[in-house]
Design a protein around this ligand. Structure first.
Ligand SMILES: [Zn+2]
Length: 462
């Protein structure tokens, strides 16, 4: 039995149903789970490890619902810097075709380390190409070393250029092999229990890179095993035209046609949706991974997040792949989500409303997207808030810093409104991944050296 006592925080933010914010709060953790939350004076006084967090704000660990870890190897590639989605993809596909198992392994650790520094404790990753013998296993074993929770999506691409798809034929795979490998991964790694460190998700890449048949068969397989389904949807106007032309449906209608509706489905982006489609997401329980930085970077558009929330749609945040962001900063993404929702309110005229009860998206609403929202999108009731019985996944930030000076009258707001910082502590299942600002599960300098070596090989003249 290992116990951890966290005490004397400046404020502990629970994100529970009552939105409790406890000045001087703390946590008592046993074997990776929270046993007590409350004022420090009400908690046990002894534990195997005691951490005094005076001056720190403690928040639930942030949850990233959409990423492509391997893209950390192709950040800011010159030819793809200033292009929209389809051109960006066509520029990068041939580079990604050179990925190998070591690249997948190393880039997973880089992406997760960066996320851990930015306050993330659970990340969903969408790996959809497997060139040169790469496997999802490479990612799963790399994540285990970092010590974060991983929703590992077994992605896929099967619709090559010769069949009217976007990716070159050389990087698409046989559908039977995709389904067989998906089943193998679920059987080998998927842990359905609370506190799971690895869960498998089935994730054909997008309407323009897989067939309808693979979408349908993936849904059948996922439901047979009770795993979740994930894909990119309604990201750009190009995609909408593609779906209308090729399938005779708008993207959301196409998902209905291939049985991709339900509590067990979440979509990345979902920028181009109408009111009926928003209602249908709410009705069927489909979730959305909102990726504000990526949508801005690729000039994709602004997702109607406040309309989703008003309709009761589950919404989480995603940093998206690091070739379209090009950072993986979760706290930064919370700020972007809040600011971009305000830009949209400005464009739609909401901000001009005379009704003083109508507010812009608040810092706490944005933070909820990255905590409770992310947990609900991923179907995990064991994370996203600091409550008795939940996983001991939390972050701590020292408030006595330049970036927050003058804003301590509302510590939650200053953390979101202020310049995104790297956190001081990141704890996953009661264990430190980042301590005093340092990654403790790996040698970070060595990781960066190895990562840059892989990136140089990948981008070398072909
Ligand atoms: Zn993506």
């Amino acid at each position: 039995m290992a116990t951890l006592l966290v005490k004397n925080t400046h404020t502990l933010i629970t994100m529970d149903d009552h939105q409790r914010e406890i000045p001087g709060g703390g946590l008592f953790v046993r074997d990776g789970y929270i046993e007590q939350v409350g004022k420090s004076s009400e908690l046990p006084t002894s534990a195997d490890e005691i951490v005094d967090l005076e001056g720190n704000i403690v928040l639930p660990g942030l949850i990233n619902t959409h990423h492509h870890f391997y893209q950390t190897l192709t950040r800011a590639v010159p030819a793809a810097q200033d292009a929209n989605l389809f051109t960006w993809l066509k520029t990068l596909y041939p580079i990604w075709a050179r990925l190998n198992p070591e690249d997948i392994f190393v880039s997973t650790q880089t992406a997760l380390a960066e996320l851990a520094h930015s306050g993330c404790t659970t990340a969903s990753d969408h790996l959809y190409l497997f060139p040169n013998g790469s496997r999802l296993d490479d990612e799963i074993s790399a994540a285990k070393i970092i010590g974060m929770r991983l929703q590992a999506s077994r992605g896929s691409m099967s619709l090559g250029e010769s069949q009217g798809g976007l990716p070159p034929d050389s990087i698409v795979d046989d559908e039977e092999a995709i389904l067989k490998d998906s089943q193998r991964l679920i059987q080998r790694y998927h842990d359905p229990k609370p506190g799971a460190f690895v869960q498998i998700v089935l994730a054909p890449c997008s309407p323009f890179s897989v067939t309808g048949e693979l979408m349908k068969q993936s849904a059948v397989l996922a439901r047979e095993y009770g795993v979740y389904l994930h894909t990119h949807l309604a990201e750009t106007e190009d995609e909408e035209s593609f779906c209308l032309q090729k399938f005779g449906h708008r993207p959301v209608g196409y998902m209905k046609a291939v049985n991709w509706v339900g509590e067990d489905v979440w979509f990345a982006h979902s920028v181009y949706v109408n009111n009926e489609e928003i209602k249908s997401f709410a009705q069927h329980g489909c979730g959305v991974a909102h990726c504000p930085s990526s949508n801005m970077r690729l000039a994709s558009g602004i997702a109607p997040i406040r309309d989703y929330l008003a309709a009761g749609v589950k919404v989480g945040l995603g940093v998206d792949g690091s070739a379209s962001n090009d950072g993986s900063h979760m706290l930064g993404e919370v700020r972007q989500a809040m600011l971009l929702a305000r830009v949209r309110d400005g464009i739609t005229g909401f901000s001009l409303s005379k009704d003083t009860n109508r507010k812009l998206m608040t810092a706490r609403e944005a933070l909820k997207l990255a905590t409770r929202g992310g947990a609900s999108v991923l179907g995990r009731s064991d994370i996203g808030s600091l409550e008795n019985g939940k996983c001991a996944d939390f972050i701590a930030i020292n408030l006595n810093r330049l970036e927050y000076a003058g804003g301590l009258q509302d510590p939650v707001a200053v953390v979101i409104f202020g310049q995104p910082v790297n956190v001081d502590h990141t704890v996953v299942g009661g264990k430190f991944v980042v301590k005093n600002g340092q990654l403790v599960t790996m040698d970070e300098r060595e990781l960066v050296r190895r990562h840059n070596q892989c990136a140089r090989r990948l981008l070398a003249d072909r």
